[in-house]
Design a protein. Structure first.
Lengths: 315, 276, 476
């Protein structure tokens, strides 16, 4: 088997490829991300940026306390983030646990949200500590229930133990199950991988194995989608594109709570991977609280007044 | 009565003892006006050759461990001690001082080597350090040799003080020596030649400072110049000539302190990020 | 709709520029003569009229400084330190004002003046304030003494920062100062005079006389000066070295450079690209320690150049007051002409020139970020300091060859090393003949870190204990 003509999937070919990647200097990467964080964007572009960010949000609820009611409310918000303004776009997707997929899908379809995909977290999310059979079943269940996007977690333990082949095979297997029914997002949990060198390696590992998107975190571990982590992942998709002519998406998730953070992410995308990536097809932001702040900032732009949380819905 | 076998005093360049390419010598007489020796009157071409030798020896000497340099400098003291009587006799004759004074001078010269020998591996602890910069960087400063240094001397002791300071920090040296001191200094060169000092690290030219120093001051491949033995009135001209390559030119009129060593060293500061 | 950065200009309203300035002598602003315009190099707009100081002005300033010195040097170090702390705090309070003024007068981006120049200025005063009562620990024996009156001549590339590098250690050690700013960038020095007044610094301790090279030359040759501190070209540095031969004046010289930035095959490539950018395009390349010679290991050269060019294409050139600007205006017409001339020579000598497409403003002095490839050590652009946003790219095959090429210059100010191999970093750092070596980073500065060059890059150090020592006489 050949993956993009770069590796054959064997442990040794993966080691050979990944260990030859250039290192990441922590201070340098953080300093570059910080500098980009000082960019400010044009007022006319700001509305576009906010709306783009809204369309990139994977509106997420991943709680043990999730109920059908909670999920349906979230779907309403996803389709019409601002009930008072129909020009606000729908979000990128609704992201829920496996057992909520069908509820979300059915409700979205009922309220005119056919265009909003449901993403399911999968493969024993968030820890990934289960047998391969369970992970496969988990994924299959989600797809059968109507998930069009699968957010799988990798086996971080295996990665840290250097068992790249094992991690690779899992991704390949899940990708097979997704087939053409669902997009595959691969979650790294970068907070557990710790170093930027690992982030770079795992990004390539996932891309080679067939990921459509690479995603930072589950949202359950901090730190999550810090700007330098996203920077390193964006560098990876940029360079992977140069190697393979294939554009892979990036999804930061966790810790992006306000408009300022979101716009910083868009600046990172624009400056690193380039404007081609400024689309929900290639960039998503996993978040829950972020959406309301985006809406408030949008209100400020439309009305000229600073907004109050009382005017945005809390679902 | 047996006729003395007299010594021919030559130059010391790149570990060898050649005559001056110019074929010139100058005469040294003792207090009674009796002939002692005809040391070489070195020319600018001898200087040129000495600089080439010193430059070639530079990297190796600078790179050798400070411990090794210290041991070699101490070895010079050991070897000099063994030839103390000869050095006293030659200082007495060449520098025109009585035996007691000559003894003191030679002993001071030998002890000075011992002092320098102990400095070589302490310089970066005392004159370097880590700097607490505001940011995730490891930052340290170390003194490093400037390169090739020319020094001037008019006595054995001033030769030792100036040469020792420069080589202790890792420089290679061309010593310009004048007058009667040429006699003990060239004997000292034999001490150096038998003390494990690599060829070219110390080179000795005897002759006229008036003639040689301006060539040294304007030489573009000499990095430092010690003008302590130059008459105060003649220093300005050398300083001005040395400006052409911004030579580090110093005179030490107040005795020997470690500053003399450091004056022919450059502070090198290195930054590196701290990260995982 | 596309993603556009806003022209996010910092407001100019924070600064007040007088139509005309004199000098600052003995604690007062005094009238000057022979005014010449100082302009905003980004717009060519005249900002103010600056006085060309002459012998009379300098006589007054040196007299004031000499008089002030006798009291100032006798103050306890603790008291002197408190004045410096005051200055540091006032500089922090008025940081934005200084940043905007510096950007207006110099042409450098507000991002740099705001985030780098002015914070470092305050840091320098704060650092040296702490030294004032600890001079016994500076390694120069007990109670080392100041020289007297320091004549300080500063360049236009980092106007206020170079002032701080010079004034802060001079004052901490008990010297008094006569300072001459560069002719094209006097405004922040004159604003600093106001800070001295607000800090109630005793009259005459700091005097500022504006002017051009002739003013500087008169200052260097003034018999009342005991210590010279100069930052500028090697050519002028040599003149100063000649001028002070035969005097008792001590000198610290920070001169030119042609820094080698060496990239080994195992470099952290993306951060290396950033470091190359920081090395040559920071401050429009008007940096004596710029990494202006890029030495690439040949086996990664092509790959790195692709990335580098892509990244250079992202550099935002334009209005220096725009917070998004990366590369501002060239400081003067003369400098722009010099850059253009050397670039022309580079092309004539067969090097390949490349710049990204970028729209340069119609008014003002501008030069696009530029690289030259196929450069060898024999090219003038590999030997001469261009002092602009122009990078010369050379290749090497082995670490030894890299070091030989890096050291093959009369300069010795800075060098860069990019590799993930620790032992190679230390090996390269040991063999490079340069006063400041940045490994896996570039163009970082700090008051605690000594700065200065080997060989023709200057005499002495500024910053850290080493820089402090340059203002003190050893006591033994």
């Amino acid at each position: 088997m050949s993956f993009y003509g770069l590796v054959d999937g064997s442990e040794s070919s993966l080691k050979n490829f990944l260990n030859k990647l250039p290192g990441v200097d922590q201070v340098g990467a953080e300093s570059r991300a910080a500098t980009l964080g000082t960019r400010s964007i044009k007022t006319t572009s700001k509305k576009w940026a906010i709306e783009t960010a809204i369309s990139m949000v994977d509106l997420t609820t991943l709680e043990g306390a999730d109920t059908p009611g909670k999920v349906r409310a979230l779907c309403n918000k996803a389709v019409r983030p601002d009930p008072s303004d129909p020009t606000v776009p729908s979000v990128g997707a609704v992201c829920v646990y496996n057992d909520m997929v069908q509820i979300a899908r059915t409700h979205l379809d009922e309220i005119g949200g056919k265009h909003v995909p449901v993403a399911a977290v999968s493969t024993a999310f968030p820890s990934g500590r289960a047998s391969m059979e369970v992970k496969i079943q988990d994924t299959q269940d989600a797809i059968d229930a109507g998930a069009q996007e699968i957010d799988m977690v990798i086996d971080r333990g295996a990665f840290l133990a250097g068992k790249y082949g094992l991690v690779f095979d899992e991704i390949v297997k899940i990708k097979e199950i997704c087939g053409d029914k669902a997009h595959l997002k691969v979650i790294f949990e970068t907070g557990e991988l710790v170093t930027y060198d690992n982030v770079r390696k795992v990004s390539y590992l996932a891309m080679l194995a067939g990921a459509d998107f690479i995603k930072t975190s589950t949202g359950k571990v901090a730190p999550a989608a810090t700007p330098p982590v996203v920077l390193v992942m964006l560098e990876a998709v940029r360079d992977f594109y140069a190697m393979t002519n294939q554009r892979i998406g990036v999804k930061p998730a966790g810790g992006i709570r306000n408009t300022k953070d979101a716009i910083k992410q868009l600046v990172l995308v624009n400056e690193t991977a380039g404007p081609d990536w400024l689309t929900p097809k290639l960039f998503r932001i996993g978040a829950s609280a972020l959406l309301n702040d985006l809406l408030m900032q949008r209100m400020k732009l439309t009305t000229g007044y600073y907004a109050s949380p009382n005017y945005v819905t809390i679902d | 009565m047996r006729l003395d076998v007299k010594k021919t005093y030559k130059l010391y360049i790149n570990g060898a003892f050649p005559r001056s390419e110019s074929g010139r010598v100058f005469e040294i007489k003792n207090n009674k006006g009796e002939f002692i020796a005809n040391p070489c009157l070195a020319s600018r071409k001898d200087l040129r050759d000495a600089v080439v030798a010193a430059r070639a020896a530079q990297v190796g000497w600078a790179k050798s461990t400070a411990y090794l340099r210290g041991q070699i400098l101490y070895r010079i003291a050991e070897m000099a001690e063994g030839r103390k009587d000869q050095l006293i006799a030659e200082v007495s004759a060449g520098e025109k001082v009585n035996k007691a004074a000559a003894t003191k001078l030679v002993e001071a010269a030998i002890d000075r080597w011992v002092w320098y020998a102990g400095w070589s591996d302490k310089l970066s602890s005392i004159y370097g350090g880590t700097n607490q910069v505001s940011g995730p960087y490891y930052n340290f400063t170390i003194p490093e040799p400037q390169g090739v240094v020319a020094v001037t001397a008019d006595s054995l002791l001033s030769f030792v003080e100036s040469v020792g300071a420069a080589v202790c920090g890792g420089n290679t040296v061309i010593a310009l020596v004048t007058g009667g001191a040429s006699i003990p200094v060239m004997t000292f060169a034999e001490v150096i030649a038998t003390s494990d000092v690599p060829n070219g690290v110390i080179n000795v030219l005897t002759g006229s400072l008036d003639e040689l120093a301006p060539w040294a001051a304007s030489h573009m491949d000499i990095d430092g110049l010690d003008i302590t033995a130059i008459n105060a009135k003649k220093r300005n001209e050398l300083i001005a000539a040395g400006a052409e390559n911004l030579k580090r030119i110093h005179a030490f009129d107040k005795g020997v302190t470690p500053t003399r060593i450091i004056s022919f060293m450059e502070a090198k500061t290195v930054w590196h990020p701290i990260g995982v | 709709m596309t993603f556009e950065y806003s022209p996010a200009p910092e407001s100019k309203s924070i600064v007040k520029i007088a139509p005309q300035y004199g000098h600052f002598i003995n604690g007062d602003f005094v009238n000057g003569k022979n005014h010449f315009p100082t302009i905003n190099p980004a717009t060519e707009e005249v900002l103010s009229q600056i006085s060309l100081g002459g012998k009379t002005d300098l006589d007054k300033a040196v007299t004031a400084a000499t008089k002030a010195f006798s009291k100032w040097s006798k103050l306890t170090g603790a008291e002197r330190g408190k004045y410096l702390y005051r200055i540091a705090r006032i500089l922090q309070e008025r940081a934005r004002e200084f940043a905007v003024l510096e950007t207006l007068d110099n042409g450098k981006p507000i991002r740099e003046t705001r985030d780098i120049d002015i914070p470092l200025v305050a840091a320098h005063f704060f650092y040296h304030a702490g030294w004032a009562d600890k001079l016994d620990f500076a390694g120069l024996g007990k109670s080392p003494k100041p020289y007297g009156v320091a004549g300080q001549i500063i360049p236009w590339n980092f106007p206020l920062l170079m002032l701080a590098w010079k004034v802060a250690p001079a004052l901490a050690t008990g010297n008094a100062v006569v300072l001459k700013p560069a002719e094209s960038t006097s405004l922040t020095a004159l604003l600093f005079a106001e800070v001295c007044q607000q800090a109630e610094l005793p009259a005459g301790v700091v005097n500022i006389v504006t002017g051009d090279g002739s003013t500087g030359s008169t200052l260097v040759n003034h018999p009342g000066i005991n210590k010279i501190a100069f930052t500028g070209s090697t050519e002028v540095g040599k003149k100063i070295a000649r001028a002070i031969a035969g005097t008792n004046k001590k000198a610290t010289l920070e001169l030119g450079g042609k820094g080698a930035n060496i990239v080994f095959e195992d470099a952290p490539i993306d951060e290396t690209v950033e470091g190359i950018i920081a090395g040559i395009y920071f401050n429009q390349g008007h940096v004596c320690c710029a990494g202006s010679r890029l030495l690439l290991q040949e086996n990664i050269a092509d790959e790195l150049l692709v990335k580098l060019k892509k990244r250079i294409g992202k550099i935002r050139v334009g209005d220096p007051l725009d917070k998004n600007t990366d590369l501002g205006a060239i400081n003067s017409k003369e400098q722009l002409i010099k850059i253009k001339e050397l670039a022309k020579v580079g092309e004539a000598e067969g090097a390949e020139r490349w710049s990204p497409k970028c729209d340069l403003p119609a008014k003002g002095f501008w030069y696009p970020p530029t690289i030259f490839t196929d450069v060898t050590q024999a090219h003038r652009i590999a030997r001469e300091e261009i002092f602009g946003p122009v990078l010369s790219v050379l290749t090497f095959r082995t670490p030894q060859e890299a070091i030989e090429k890096a050291n093959n210059t009369p300069y010795g100010l800075s060098a860069g090393i990019w590799t993930e191999k620790g032992s190679r970093i230390l090996w390269a750092a040991q063999h490079l003949k340069a006063g400041v070596i940045w490994a896996n980073t570039f163009n970082k500065f700090d008051p605690a870190s000594p700065f200065g060059g080997y060989k023709e890059s200057g005499w002495g150090r500024e910053g850290g204990r080493h820089g402090l020592a340059a203002y003190l006489k050893e006591n033994n």
